[in-house]
Ligand binder design. Structure first.
Ligand code: SF4
Length: 702
């Protein structure tokens, strides 16, 4: 019989229909897209279609290990619980930290967040989602008073103008891109603009590609704001009634970006191209701005998000069909983690430490003995604190920071220095597992059970289809075991994953009075059967809106204290590191079509290597000629932080003095230092998100 689940890769969150082999030990008999799922209506991209080939059989971590020796679960749990108790007693609660992942399920996130923030007493709970969408979160919160994505996927098909900023959706969110491409084919008059320094596959459907100077995105949107005023398309009634701060934002936008010529020059564009965008913007009501890592992974990522949102608020293009500022998350459950508060600057259920009465409310709900009272350490700062000896026990769950965090050498020093590194993973060997003192066997996709939330706020079930292998356990279960051993049985005695979901839903509506954006209170008394049958649904799902919510802010009311949205004046800034004679190239990083993150899964499927079988560096032919670099030659790419060797790929898709390197290949797969070893730990001051799309480097022949 067919079972429905959700793809574990990107933030599109496609539904997958599978049948299990008669002998479930051998795997999945069939796998196809779920026609009933509103994200994909039956389609799957090549990664999703080949999930069966990535089920972890080889190199599976099947039992707990302490210092390389196999142990029983109870021994590993005692060992961890003793160490946490010891360091917390001696150094305080902030000597413990969780580093989680947008791959884990919402229920795992909920339990980790509760354990750290309510029972250990530290907010050191951060996640690799920090590398993906943290700037978008802060941007939304500054504007709306809440981390709320206003739009949905259908809006992408309904809009008349789609501005795709810093997103190569054709490769990173393929099914969403296919939906957009199909809509454009049906309505060729629908305009698509791509704003990206590179000419990516996404440009194939673009009416206009603005190959901007890296990092100059905010200037374009400041210009559009100024232009909206000049052309009389600002909705003054909406601005007056539902927003505040417009005149300051406009003043700042005009100051730096009031002139077409100056803005075009700053962004490295022709005045014709910029004025074409402005003309389409001013004449098209149904406009979506679709943005992703190219905007977020920046030292001014939050400002870029708010520059985009300002334009939508000014023209009242939000909360209506085919309109809005739409941040697309990279990971399958980056949104679910945010919902439970799985970031160091969140408390729980979309509440912050600064939310009035929130700490006391959550403490009462959790019956928590040791509440954290202030923000914890964001990812990059967390690993700095580990190296400084401030964090003594670090529990890493379902992520590979030795590959994904910037400045790999620093991450390695931190892991080597840490008194106890716990790694929960389904694989025995990743670039991070050699640094683990304790390894805990986790469940991979197809064995784990819970919920995820995609980029359009849609909660879907990821279902356990195959029996767990060896001694592998759910992540929430291992946390509960440690918490119970530390004496916190009553807060962590869940009978199943549905218990956790119910509690998570109940907290979302607890003394809420309808004032919280993230409210799924309708599920507070969901039964186990109902949970197992749960169909994809968009939050909020309240007692008044049991069928979910397709669009937010339809009534012009936001989640700020006065219910008005905030304009944020945006001062355009250059990236922190600038080119020089020593470092003349800007390094940009991103994905290839058929690989996922650090290839721990997709690297197992031979078919997924056909598209791109090895790492490479894209370089403009004119730069290559100056340096005598031939196509396919092995070159050294180096920065002040590290060096790696890659095949040169001569391409006019990159600008002069720009390089592009994919993020996926690790030491394991390429036997070379990884690209993040070249990137400094420069972050956005507000979001803590690293500037992974802009490092200055040099390149030479070997
Ligand atoms: Fe999976 Fe994303 Fe592909 Fe959908 S688009 S099948 S969620 S990788």
């Amino acid at each position: 019989m067919a079972a429905l689940t959700t793809c574990p890769y990107c933030g599109v969150g496609c539904g997958v229909k599978v049948t299990v082999d008669q002998n479930p030990e051998s795997g999945l008999a069939t796998l196809e897209g779920d026609e009933s799922h509103p994200a994909n209506f039956g389609r799957l991209c090549v990664k999703g279609s080949n999930l069966s080939d990535t089920l972890v059989h080889d190199d599976r971590l099947l039992a707990p290990q302490i210092n390389g020796h196999q142990v029983e679960w109870h021994e590993a749990v005692d060992h961890i619980a003793d160490k946490i108790k010891q360091v917390v007693a001696k150094y305080g609660p902030d000597s413990f930290a969780f580093y989680l992942s947008g791959q884990i399920l919402t229920e795992d996130y909920y339990v980790a967040n509760k354990f750290a923030k309510g029972f250990i007493g530290t907010a050191n709970v951060d996640t690799n989602s920090r590398l993906c969408m943290a700037s978008a979160v802060v941007g939304y919160k500054r504007a709306f008073g809440s981390d709320t994505v206003p739009c949905n996927y259908e809006d992408l098909e309904l809009c008349d103008l789609l501005i795709m900023v810093g997103s190569n959706a054709a490769w990173t969110h393929p099914i969403l891109f296919q939906r957009i491409a199909a809509a454009k084919e049906k309505r060729p008059e629908m305009k698509v603009v791509v704003i990206d320094p590179r000419a990516t596959a996404t440009c194939d459907i673009a009416d206009l590609h603005l190959a901007i100077e890296p990092g100059s995105d905010a200037a374009i949107f400041n210009f559009l704001l100024a232009e909206s005023e000049r052309k009389g398309v600002v909705d003054q009634t909406y601005v007056k009634k539902f927003t505040k701060g417009y005149s300051d934002a406009l003043k700042q936008a005009k100051k730096q970006c009031g002139s077409l010529e100056k803005t075009a020059q700053y962004c490295g564009l022709s005045t014709d191209d910029l004025s074409q965008l402005a003309a389409w913007w001013c004449e098209t009501d149904k406009t979506i701005s679709f943005y992703s890592q190219g905007v977020n992974q920046s030292s001014s990522g939050v400002d870029k998000c708010n520059a985009i949102i300002n334009c939508h608020l000014a023209t009242a293009r939000i909360g209506k069909e085919g309109m809005g500022p739409f941040s697309i998350t990279g990971q399958p459950n980056a949104m679910g983690g945010r919902e439970v508060g799985g970031l160091a600057n969140q408390l729980a259920a979309h509440m912050d430490f600064a939310t009035p009465n929130a700490i006391e409310l959550v403490q009462r709900f959790w019956q928590a003995p040791n509440m954290a009272t202030e923000n914890g350490l964001k990812a990059v700062d967390m690993f700095k604190a580990v190296e400084e000896g401030k964090v003594k026990v670090l529990w890493i769950m379902s992520t590979n920071p030795m590959v994904s965090l910037p400045d790999t050498a620093q991450v390695q020093r931190a892991l080597e220095k840490c008194e106890m590194v716990i790694v929960s993973d389904c694989k025995q060997h990743t670039d991070t597992t050699p640094f683990a003192d304790v390894l805990l066997p986790a469940l991979p996709w197809s064995e784990k059970d819970g919920t995820v939330t995609n980029s359009e706020r849609r909660i879907s079930r990821q279902r356990g289809l195959l029996p767990p292998r060896g001694e592998a356990k759910p992540d929430w279960w291992s946390i509960c075991q440690v918490a119970g051993t530390m004496g916190y049985q009553s807060g962590f005695s869940y009978r199943g994953v549905d218990d956790i979901f119910r509690e998570h839903a109940a907290l979302s509506e607890f003394e809420n009075n309808g004032k919280r954006d993230f409210d799924i209170g309708y599920f507070s008394d969901i039964t186990e059967d109902e949970y197992n049958q749960l169909l994809p649904i968009q939050w909020p799902v309240t007692r008044h809106k049991p069928h979910g919510t397709a669009r937010m802010f339809t009534d012009g009311k936001f989640f700020t204290p006065d219910q008005k949205a905030n304009f944020i004046p945006i001062k355009v800034k250059k990236p922190v590191t600038g080119q020089s004679k020593e470092w003349p190239f800007i390094l940009n990083t991103g994905r290839v079509r058929d690989q996922w993150h650090t290839m721990t899964r997709t690297g197992d499927a031979a078919i997924l290597s056909r598209h791109t079988d090895q790492p490479y560096v894209e370089i403009h032919p004119d730069d290559a000629a100056e340096l005598d670099i031939q196509n396919h030659a092995l070159v050294s790419v180096f920065s002040a932080y590290g060096e790696t060797r890659l095949r040169a790929k001569l391409s006019t898709q990159v600008r002069r003095k720009a390089l592009f390197v994919p993020i996926h290949w690790t030491k394991q797969f390429a036997n070379q230092p990884i690209v993040s070893s070249l990137i400094p730990q420069v972050v956005d001051a507000l979001s803590g998100q690293p500037e992974s799309k802009h490092a200055v480097v040099n390149v030479k022949t070997i």
